[in-house]
Design a protein around this ligand. Structure first.
Ligand SMILES: NC(=O)c1ccc[n+]([C@@H]2O[C@H](COP(=O)([O-])OP(=O)(O)OC[C@H]3O[C@@H](n4cnc5c(N)ncnc54)[C@H](O)[C@@H]3O)[C@@H](O)[C@H]2O)c1
Length: 325
Protein backbone atom coordinates (compact mmCIF):
# COMPACT_ATOMS: atom_id res chain seq x y z
CA UNK A 1 0.00 0.00 0.00
CA UNK A 2 1.30 3.45 -0.87
CA UNK A 3 1.85 6.18 1.71
CA UNK A 4 -0.79 8.37 0.12
CA UNK A 5 -3.50 9.87 2.33
CA UNK A 6 -6.74 7.93 2.12
CA UNK A 7 -9.94 9.88 1.45
CA UNK A 8 -13.33 8.18 1.66
CA UNK A 9 -16.16 9.85 -0.25
CA UNK A 10 -19.65 8.65 0.63
CA UNK A 11 -21.96 9.38 -2.27
CA UNK A 12 -18.83 9.35 -4.47
CA UNK A 13 -20.74 8.10 -7.52
CA UNK A 14 -23.17 11.00 -7.35
CA UNK A 15 -23.08 14.41 -8.97
CA UNK A 16 -21.05 16.40 -6.41
CA UNK A 17 -19.26 13.34 -4.98
CA UNK A 18 -17.85 12.30 -8.35
CA UNK A 19 -16.39 15.77 -8.96
CA UNK A 20 -14.87 15.61 -5.50
CA UNK A 21 -13.37 12.22 -6.39
CA UNK A 22 -11.84 13.77 -9.54
CA UNK A 23 -10.27 16.56 -7.49
CA UNK A 24 -8.87 14.22 -4.83
CA UNK A 25 -7.43 11.76 -7.37
CA UNK A 26 -5.83 14.70 -9.21
CA UNK A 27 -4.25 15.63 -5.87
CA UNK A 28 -2.84 12.09 -5.59
CA UNK A 29 -5.07 10.91 -2.74
CA UNK A 30 -5.99 7.26 -2.47
CA UNK A 31 -9.76 7.55 -2.84
CA UNK A 32 -12.54 5.15 -1.94
CA UNK A 33 -16.04 6.05 -3.09
CA UNK A 34 -18.78 4.39 -1.03
CA UNK A 35 -22.13 4.53 -2.75
CA UNK A 36 -25.38 2.56 -2.86
CA UNK A 37 -26.17 3.87 -6.38
CA UNK A 38 -29.52 5.08 -5.05
CA UNK A 39 -29.29 8.23 -7.16
CA UNK A 40 -25.72 8.03 -8.49
CA UNK A 41 -24.15 5.73 -11.03
CA UNK A 42 -20.77 3.98 -11.50
CA UNK A 43 -20.46 5.73 -14.89
CA UNK A 44 -19.84 9.00 -13.04
CA UNK A 45 -16.48 7.64 -11.87
CA UNK A 46 -15.79 5.05 -14.59
CA UNK A 47 -12.93 7.19 -15.94
CA UNK A 48 -10.98 6.22 -12.77
CA UNK A 49 -11.62 2.49 -13.16
CA UNK A 50 -8.02 1.69 -14.22
CA UNK A 51 -6.41 3.95 -11.63
CA UNK A 52 -5.05 1.97 -8.68
CA UNK A 53 -5.50 5.04 -6.47
CA UNK A 54 -9.27 4.68 -6.80
CA UNK A 55 -11.81 2.13 -5.66
CA UNK A 56 -15.58 2.09 -5.73
CA UNK A 57 -17.56 0.12 -3.14
CA UNK A 58 -21.27 -0.46 -3.43
CA UNK A 59 -22.40 0.03 0.15
CA UNK A 60 -25.31 1.73 1.90
CA UNK A 61 -24.25 4.14 4.66
CA UNK A 62 -27.32 3.07 6.64
CA UNK A 63 -25.03 0.09 7.33
CA UNK A 64 -21.69 0.65 9.10
CA UNK A 65 -18.82 1.69 6.84
CA UNK A 66 -16.53 -1.12 5.59
CA UNK A 67 -13.40 -2.01 7.58
CA UNK A 68 -10.62 0.19 6.23
CA UNK A 69 -6.94 -0.12 7.16
CA UNK A 70 -6.67 3.61 7.69
CA UNK A 71 -8.66 6.71 6.78
CA UNK A 72 -7.41 10.29 6.85
CA UNK A 73 -10.50 12.18 5.74
CA UNK A 74 -14.14 11.32 5.08
CA UNK A 75 -16.30 13.44 2.83
CA UNK A 76 -19.87 12.53 3.74
CA UNK A 77 -21.93 13.30 0.65
CA UNK A 78 -24.28 10.30 0.48
CA UNK A 79 -27.90 11.41 0.31
CA UNK A 80 -30.46 11.80 -2.38
CA UNK A 81 -30.78 15.53 -2.93
CA UNK A 82 -33.50 15.86 -5.55
CA UNK A 83 -36.85 17.27 -4.41
CA UNK A 84 -38.73 14.61 -6.38
CA UNK A 85 -37.01 12.03 -4.15
CA UNK A 86 -38.22 13.83 -1.01
CA UNK A 87 -41.67 12.48 -1.96
CA UNK A 88 -40.63 9.08 -3.27
CA UNK A 89 -37.91 8.13 -0.69
CA UNK A 90 -38.55 10.14 2.51
CA UNK A 91 -37.62 7.44 5.05
CA UNK A 92 -34.51 6.35 3.18
CA UNK A 93 -33.36 9.98 3.05
CA UNK A 94 -34.08 10.60 6.74
CA UNK A 95 -32.17 7.47 7.76
CA UNK A 96 -29.25 8.12 5.39
CA UNK A 97 -28.68 11.53 6.95
CA UNK A 98 -29.21 10.36 10.54
CA UNK A 99 -27.99 6.77 10.92
CA UNK A 100 -25.65 7.13 7.93
CA UNK A 101 -24.03 10.19 9.47
CA UNK A 102 -23.61 8.30 12.74
CA UNK A 103 -21.76 5.51 10.90
CA UNK A 104 -19.48 8.05 9.25
CA UNK A 105 -18.74 9.75 12.58
CA UNK A 106 -18.04 6.39 14.26
CA UNK A 107 -15.55 5.58 11.49
CA UNK A 108 -13.96 8.99 12.06
CA UNK A 109 -13.53 8.18 15.76
CA UNK A 110 -12.03 4.78 14.93
CA UNK A 111 -9.51 6.17 12.42
CA UNK A 112 -9.00 9.62 13.93
CA UNK A 113 -10.09 10.98 10.56
CA UNK A 114 -11.24 14.46 9.66
CA UNK A 115 -14.84 14.66 8.38
CA UNK A 116 -16.62 17.05 6.06
CA UNK A 117 -20.39 16.70 6.36
CA UNK A 118 -22.49 17.85 3.40
CA UNK A 119 -25.33 19.93 4.75
CA UNK A 120 -27.60 22.16 2.72
CA UNK A 121 -29.20 25.56 2.41
CA UNK A 122 -32.42 23.65 3.13
CA UNK A 123 -31.54 23.91 6.83
CA UNK A 124 -32.68 27.54 6.48
CA UNK A 125 -36.10 26.38 5.17
CA UNK A 126 -38.16 29.27 3.82
CA UNK A 127 -35.84 31.96 5.18
CA UNK A 128 -36.97 35.14 6.95
CA UNK A 129 -33.41 36.49 6.77
CA UNK A 130 -31.89 37.27 3.41
CA UNK A 131 -29.19 36.49 2.40
CA UNK A 132 -28.65 33.68 4.86
CA UNK A 133 -25.59 33.79 7.15
CA UNK A 134 -24.51 30.65 9.02
CA UNK A 135 -25.82 32.17 12.27
CA UNK A 136 -29.42 32.17 10.95
CA UNK A 137 -31.28 29.26 12.55
CA UNK A 138 -33.80 28.82 9.80
CA UNK A 139 -37.53 28.52 9.23
CA UNK A 140 -38.12 24.84 8.57
CA UNK A 141 -41.39 22.98 8.82
CA UNK A 142 -40.69 19.83 10.86
CA UNK A 143 -43.79 18.12 9.39
CA UNK A 144 -43.93 19.24 5.76
CA UNK A 145 -43.07 17.12 2.71
CA UNK A 146 -39.48 18.43 2.65
CA UNK A 147 -38.93 17.71 6.36
CA UNK A 148 -37.33 14.24 6.00
CA UNK A 149 -34.51 15.90 4.06
CA UNK A 150 -34.31 19.30 5.80
CA UNK A 151 -34.66 17.99 9.34
CA UNK A 152 -32.32 15.03 8.86
CA UNK A 153 -29.66 17.40 7.53
CA UNK A 154 -30.19 19.56 10.62
CA UNK A 155 -29.87 16.41 12.73
CA UNK A 156 -26.66 15.47 10.85
CA UNK A 157 -25.22 18.85 11.84
CA UNK A 158 -26.31 18.38 15.47
CA UNK A 159 -24.84 14.87 15.58
CA UNK A 160 -21.53 15.96 14.09
CA UNK A 161 -21.26 18.71 16.72
CA UNK A 162 -22.03 16.09 19.41
CA UNK A 163 -19.07 14.04 18.12
CA UNK A 164 -16.90 17.17 18.07
CA UNK A 165 -17.72 17.82 21.73
CA UNK A 166 -17.88 14.27 23.03
CA UNK A 167 -15.17 12.53 20.97
CA UNK A 168 -13.07 15.46 19.75
CA UNK A 169 -13.74 14.52 16.11
CA UNK A 170 -12.46 17.11 13.63
CA UNK A 171 -15.80 17.51 11.83
CA UNK A 172 -16.58 20.45 9.57
CA UNK A 173 -19.87 21.20 7.84
CA UNK A 174 -20.48 22.69 4.43
CA UNK A 175 -23.93 24.16 3.78
CA UNK A 176 -24.30 23.78 0.04
CA UNK A 177 -26.53 26.11 -1.95
CA UNK A 178 -27.96 25.18 -5.35
CA UNK A 179 -25.15 23.69 -7.39
CA UNK A 180 -25.23 22.56 -11.00
CA UNK A 181 -22.97 21.05 -13.62
CA UNK A 182 -22.22 17.96 -15.68
CA UNK A 183 -23.33 14.58 -14.20
CA UNK A 184 -26.54 15.87 -12.70
CA UNK A 185 -29.25 13.38 -13.53
CA UNK A 186 -31.45 14.77 -16.28
CA UNK A 187 -34.58 13.66 -14.44
CA UNK A 188 -33.48 14.67 -10.95
CA UNK A 189 -36.11 17.35 -10.61
CA UNK A 190 -33.91 20.40 -10.05
CA UNK A 191 -34.55 23.45 -12.14
CA UNK A 192 -31.37 23.54 -14.24
CA UNK A 193 -31.58 19.93 -15.46
CA UNK A 194 -35.30 20.52 -16.08
CA UNK A 195 -34.78 23.64 -18.14
CA UNK A 196 -31.80 22.25 -20.06
CA UNK A 197 -33.60 19.00 -20.85
CA UNK A 198 -36.65 20.88 -22.06
CA UNK A 199 -34.62 23.43 -24.03
CA UNK A 200 -32.51 20.76 -25.75
CA UNK A 201 -35.67 18.85 -26.69
CA UNK A 202 -37.28 22.06 -28.01
CA UNK A 203 -40.06 21.73 -25.40
CA UNK A 204 -41.46 24.62 -23.41
CA UNK A 205 -39.67 25.41 -20.13
CA UNK A 206 -41.87 24.82 -17.09
CA UNK A 207 -41.78 27.53 -14.43
CA UNK A 208 -43.54 26.81 -11.14
CA UNK A 209 -45.43 29.81 -9.77
CA UNK A 210 -44.83 33.24 -11.27
CA UNK A 211 -41.06 32.68 -11.59
CA UNK A 212 -40.23 35.55 -9.24
CA UNK A 213 -38.72 33.20 -6.64
CA UNK A 214 -34.93 33.49 -6.57
CA UNK A 215 -32.04 31.05 -6.45
CA UNK A 216 -28.25 31.43 -6.62
CA UNK A 217 -26.51 28.82 -8.72
CA UNK A 218 -22.95 27.66 -8.10
CA UNK A 219 -20.96 25.72 -10.69
CA UNK A 220 -19.77 22.40 -9.34
CA UNK A 221 -16.02 23.04 -9.66
CA UNK A 222 -16.39 26.18 -7.55
CA UNK A 223 -18.23 24.17 -4.90
CA UNK A 224 -15.54 21.46 -4.90
CA UNK A 225 -12.87 24.13 -4.49
CA UNK A 226 -14.69 25.45 -1.40
CA UNK A 227 -15.15 21.95 0.04
CA UNK A 228 -11.48 21.10 -0.38
CA UNK A 229 -10.39 24.36 1.26
CA UNK A 230 -12.75 23.67 4.15
CA UNK A 231 -11.29 20.18 4.54
CA UNK A 232 -7.65 21.14 4.22
CA UNK A 233 -7.32 24.29 6.31
CA UNK A 234 -6.08 23.69 9.86
CA UNK A 235 -7.98 24.99 12.87
CA UNK A 236 -11.54 24.58 11.58
CA UNK A 237 -12.82 21.82 13.87
CA UNK A 238 -16.58 22.28 14.30
CA UNK A 239 -16.77 25.01 11.64
CA UNK A 240 -19.84 25.45 9.46
CA UNK A 241 -19.68 27.33 6.18
CA UNK A 242 -22.06 28.34 3.45
CA UNK A 243 -20.65 27.61 0.02
CA UNK A 244 -22.59 28.90 -2.93
CA UNK A 245 -22.77 31.62 -5.52
CA UNK A 246 -24.16 34.98 -4.42
CA UNK A 247 -25.34 35.92 -7.89
CA UNK A 248 -29.09 35.76 -7.23
CA UNK A 249 -31.43 35.29 -10.18
CA UNK A 250 -35.18 34.80 -10.54
CA UNK A 251 -36.38 31.55 -12.07
CA UNK A 252 -38.00 33.58 -14.83
CA UNK A 253 -34.60 35.18 -15.66
CA UNK A 254 -32.94 31.79 -15.51
CA UNK A 255 -35.38 30.49 -18.13
CA UNK A 256 -34.35 33.35 -20.42
CA UNK A 257 -30.63 32.64 -19.96
CA UNK A 258 -31.10 28.91 -20.63
CA UNK A 259 -33.07 29.61 -23.81
CA UNK A 260 -30.27 31.92 -24.90
CA UNK A 261 -27.41 29.50 -24.10
CA UNK A 262 -29.14 26.57 -25.81
CA UNK A 263 -30.51 28.74 -28.61
CA UNK A 264 -33.90 27.05 -28.58
CA UNK A 265 -37.31 28.19 -29.84
CA UNK A 266 -38.85 26.91 -26.55
CA UNK A 267 -41.38 29.14 -24.78
CA UNK A 268 -42.08 29.31 -21.04
CA UNK A 269 -45.18 27.79 -19.39
CA UNK A 270 -46.34 28.30 -15.80
CA UNK A 271 -47.62 25.70 -13.31
CA UNK A 272 -48.52 25.87 -9.59
CA UNK A 273 -45.67 25.90 -7.08
CA UNK A 274 -45.01 22.89 -4.84
CA UNK A 275 -45.57 23.09 -1.05
CA UNK A 276 -42.80 24.72 1.03
CA UNK A 277 -40.83 25.81 -2.05
CA UNK A 278 -38.76 28.72 -0.65
CA UNK A 279 -39.23 32.23 -2.07
CA UNK A 280 -35.66 33.38 -1.72
CA UNK A 281 -32.33 31.60 -1.57
CA UNK A 282 -29.00 33.36 -1.52
CA UNK A 283 -25.99 32.58 0.64
CA UNK A 284 -23.99 34.97 2.73
CA UNK A 285 -20.52 33.60 1.98
CA UNK A 286 -18.48 36.10 3.97
CA UNK A 287 -17.24 33.33 6.31
CA UNK A 288 -15.90 31.25 3.40
CA UNK A 289 -14.36 34.37 1.87
CA UNK A 290 -12.59 35.29 5.09
CA UNK A 291 -11.58 31.89 6.39
CA UNK A 292 -10.99 29.99 3.13
CA UNK A 293 -10.07 32.81 0.73
CA UNK A 294 -12.75 31.26 -1.43
CA UNK A 295 -14.62 32.95 -4.22
CA UNK A 296 -16.75 31.35 -6.95
CA UNK A 297 -15.23 31.90 -10.39
CA UNK A 298 -17.41 30.33 -13.08
CA UNK A 299 -20.04 32.67 -14.56
CA UNK A 300 -23.56 31.28 -14.99
CA UNK A 301 -23.54 31.36 -18.79
CA UNK A 302 -20.19 29.53 -19.00
CA UNK A 303 -21.32 26.90 -16.49
CA UNK A 304 -24.64 26.41 -18.26
CA UNK A 305 -22.84 25.97 -21.59
CA UNK A 306 -20.62 23.23 -20.07
CA UNK A 307 -23.65 21.55 -18.53
CA UNK A 308 -25.64 21.78 -21.78
CA UNK A 309 -22.73 20.09 -23.64
CA UNK A 310 -22.82 17.24 -21.16
CA UNK A 311 -26.61 16.89 -21.43
CA UNK A 312 -26.47 16.93 -25.23
CA UNK A 313 -24.44 13.73 -25.13
CA UNK A 314 -27.15 12.17 -22.95
CA UNK A 315 -30.09 13.42 -24.99
CA UNK A 316 -31.66 9.97 -25.15
CA UNK A 317 -32.37 10.22 -21.41
CA UNK A 318 -34.16 13.53 -21.63
CA UNK A 319 -37.38 13.69 -19.64
CA UNK A 320 -39.99 16.25 -18.67
CA UNK A 321 -40.59 18.61 -15.81
CA UNK A 322 -40.60 18.70 -12.03
CA UNK A 323 -40.25 21.24 -9.20
CA UNK A 324 -37.75 24.05 -8.87
CA UNK A 325 -34.65 23.45 -6.78
N1 LIG B 1 -26.29 19.53 -5.62
C1 LIG B 1 -26.76 20.45 -4.80
O1 LIG B 1 -27.19 21.53 -5.26
C2 LIG B 1 -26.77 20.21 -3.32
C3 LIG B 1 -27.29 21.24 -2.50
C4 LIG B 1 -27.28 21.05 -1.13
C5 LIG B 1 -26.75 19.90 -0.57
N2 LIG B 1 -26.27 18.92 -1.38
C6 LIG B 1 -25.76 17.70 -0.73
O2 LIG B 1 -24.61 17.21 -1.42
C7 LIG B 1 -24.62 15.79 -1.40
C8 LIG B 1 -24.52 15.25 -2.81
O3 LIG B 1 -25.66 15.71 -3.56
P1 LIG B 1 -25.74 15.52 -5.13
O4 LIG B 1 -26.38 16.71 -5.70
O5 LIG B 1 -24.42 15.09 -5.65
O6 LIG B 1 -26.80 14.33 -5.22
P2 LIG B 1 -26.67 12.91 -5.97
O7 LIG B 1 -27.99 12.25 -5.81
O8 LIG B 1 -26.13 13.09 -7.34
O9 LIG B 1 -25.55 12.18 -5.11
C9 LIG B 1 -25.82 11.53 -3.91
C10 LIG B 1 -25.07 10.22 -3.93
O10 LIG B 1 -25.31 9.54 -2.67
C11 LIG B 1 -25.63 8.20 -2.94
N3 LIG B 1 -26.47 7.72 -1.83
C12 LIG B 1 -27.71 8.11 -1.50
N4 LIG B 1 -28.14 7.46 -0.41
C13 LIG B 1 -27.12 6.63 -0.05
C14 LIG B 1 -26.95 5.70 1.00
N5 LIG B 1 -27.93 5.46 1.92
N6 LIG B 1 -25.79 5.02 1.07
C15 LIG B 1 -24.80 5.24 0.16
N7 LIG B 1 -24.90 6.09 -0.86
C16 LIG B 1 -26.06 6.78 -0.95
C17 LIG B 1 -26.37 8.23 -4.26
O11 LIG B 1 -26.38 6.97 -4.93
C18 LIG B 1 -25.59 9.28 -5.02
O12 LIG B 1 -24.49 8.72 -5.72
C19 LIG B 1 -25.89 15.37 -0.66
O13 LIG B 1 -25.58 15.12 0.70
C20 LIG B 1 -26.77 16.59 -0.77
O14 LIG B 1 -27.69 16.66 0.30
C21 LIG B 1 -26.27 19.05 -2.74
Amino acid sequence: MSGRDHAVVTGGAGFVGSHLVDDLVADDYRVTAVDSFASGTPENVSHHADDDRFSLLQRDVRDPLPDFDSVDVIYHFASRASPTHFDSHPIEIAMTNSLGTRHVLEAAVEHDARVVVASTSEVYGDPEVHPQPESYRGNVSPRGPRAPYDESKRFAEALSMAYVRKHDVDARTVRIFNTYGPRMQLDDGRVIPNFLSQALAGDDLTVYGDGEQTRSFCYVTDLVDGIRRLADRPGLQGAVMNVGNTNEITIRELATVVRDVVDTPSEVTYEPRPTDDPDLRCPDVSTARERLDWEPKVPLRAGLAQTADHFRTRRHEIVGSTPED
